[in-house]
Design a protein. Structure first.
Lengths: 222, 246
């Protein structure tokens, strides 16, 4: 079960950033990301400026840096892809530590890492300073289609339920001597992922039954 | 005799895969009654419950709720009249806060504003959960979630409340608290359960569903003390429990 306050991505606090209306924060995040993505990679001072803005906001929010850092593992796949770019990109090549790397690939990888990191930090900051329910209300005020907001609401509601179910399945497997150590065990993990999917799907059906039993006809009314 | 709140006439139902669950169920529940539906696993209890508010429509036979037949055109009104509390509160509570969850049903009926707030708070008061109105449901204990699930149905001011395994997974204190709440409600009650002492405590009348038909019905105490009947339908009292001494 989660912490007594809010969601696990949410860091409880009362900073100006916490108190700002959710729809303004979402709009701010989207604007910031558009500017970051549109900035040409060689304009390094601009990126330093963006990072500075984020650093000020983080300091203002009072969210501890290690808290954000731990959650940045989400960026790992992007970093892996960026690390591959200099090897697989074409064009003029250069020698770095005895490796032949693509110059265009190096530039693209650097740009990707800078932009992705700025985006991830900004998004984590939004999540950390905004209660998920306020976030949904903010999205609604921004006229995001109601169906999408509903789906996100269900995701937040059932995230804990599903991770709990996953934890129980793992406990049950480990209780019977299973440990996932080498690739021979991967099929078991695959099957349990399938079982989790089916369980979640069935829960979805039961929730739907409970909804239509209370007169639901396709739209959550406000 | 007055119109029964629930009236089932030779209701039969087979699932699309061909498995037949109900073979002609006849059942009456009158206003103010509290009825337990007992039966072994696979007797068709859940299928029966899903017929009461038109989630499933009978292949043969009819279901009426206070005289109103359960057919497509009446479903909205039927679902206001029949409140079902499902077994897993995590299925029943799907919104971000207790308030939104309890308000979900009446909102679908078109209620808004002060009247909606009044109804939500009144329903939560009845189950003793008014202090938790702004909490997310997944941060409540299991017993509290079950009580909020009952409130999500009470708020519709239904004519009959149907509970599927209301005592499952509750600790003894939560189980008793729920019993106190349910006996205090001025509403017709039907509960499907394997918890025979709970049935005896809460419901003066019991119906035994077995093999897709009503195999027996009568006073709960008479059903539970009829050893031959109990045995033939795989019903067993918990060890050490004697209905005569309750």
């Amino acid at each position: 079960m989660g912490a007594p306050h809010g969601h696990r991505l949410h860091f409880h606090g009362h900073s100006p950033l916490h108190r700002a209306p959710a729809h303004l924060k979402v709009a701010g995040l989207v604007a910031f990301m558009l500017v970051v993505v549109a900035t040409p990679v060689p304009w390094v001072p601009a990126f330093v400026g963006y990072a500075g803005v984020l650093a000020v906001l983080v300091a203002l929010s009072g969210v501890p840096v290690p808290y954000l850092a731990r959650r940045m593992v989400i960026e790992t796949p992007v970093l892996v892809f960026a690390a591959l770019l200099p090897f697989i990109a074409v064009g003029p090549r250069t020698e770095v530590l005895g490796l032949s790397l693509s110059e265009a690939g190096l530039v693209a990888a650097g740009g990707l890492v800078m932009k992705a990191t700025l985006g991830v930090v900004a998004s984590l900051l939004l999540a950390a300073t905004t209660d998920p329910r306020d976030l949904l209300a903010g999205l609604e005020r921004l006229r995001v289609p109601a169906q999408l907001v509903q789906i996100m609401g269900f995701m937040i509601r059932y995230l804990d339920v599903v991770t709990d179910e996953l934890r129980r399945m793992r406990t049950a497997m480990e209780s019977r001597g299973f440990t996932a150590r080498d690739p021979r065990h991967w099929p078991v993990i695959g099957r349990s992922a399938g079982a989790l999917f089916i369980r979640s799907f069935e829960r979805g059906e039961r929730v739907h039954l409970a909804m239509i039993s209370r007169g639901y006809d396709g739209s959550v009314r406000r | 005799m007055t119109t029964p709140v629930l009236e089932l006439q030779s209701v039969a139902y087979a699932y699309p895969d061909g498995h037949q669950a109900l073979f002609g169920v006849d059942l009456h529940v009158h206003r103010g009654e509290r009825v337990a539906v007992l039966g072994p696993n696979g007797a068709g209890k859940t299928t029966l419950v899903l017929h009461l508010n038109g989630i499933l429509l009978p292949g043969r036979g009819t279901v009426t709720v206070s005289g109103l037949p359960v057919v497509k055109e009446n479903l909205q009104e039927i679902r206001r009249r029949v409140g079902i509390v499902f077994q897993d509160p995590d299925d029943q509570l799907f919104m971000g806060s207790v308030r939104d969850d309890v308000a979900f049903g009446p909102r679908n009926l078109g209620l808004r504003g002060a009247e909606l707030d009044r109804r939500v708070m009144a329903a939560l008061d009845m189950v003793g959960m008014a202090d938790y109105v702004d909490r997310p449901p997944h941060h409540l204990s299991f017993g509290q979630r079950r009580r909020v699930a009952v409130a999500t149905v009470l708020v519709m001011e239904p004519e009959v409340i149907v509970l599927d395994e209301p005592s499952s997974n509750l600790d003894p204190a939560s189980r008793r608290e729920l019993a106190d709440i349910l006996t205090g409600l001025d509403v017709t009650l039907m509960m499907v359960t394997h918890d025979l002492p709970y049935a005896l405590q809460l419901c003066p009348r019991a119906v035994v569903l077995s093999g897709g038909v009503v195999a027996a019905q009568g006073r709960t105490i008479d059903v539970l003390t009829d050893d031959a009947l109990m045995k033939s339908h795989r019903l067993e009292l918990p060890y050490g429990f004697d209905p005569h001494t309750c």
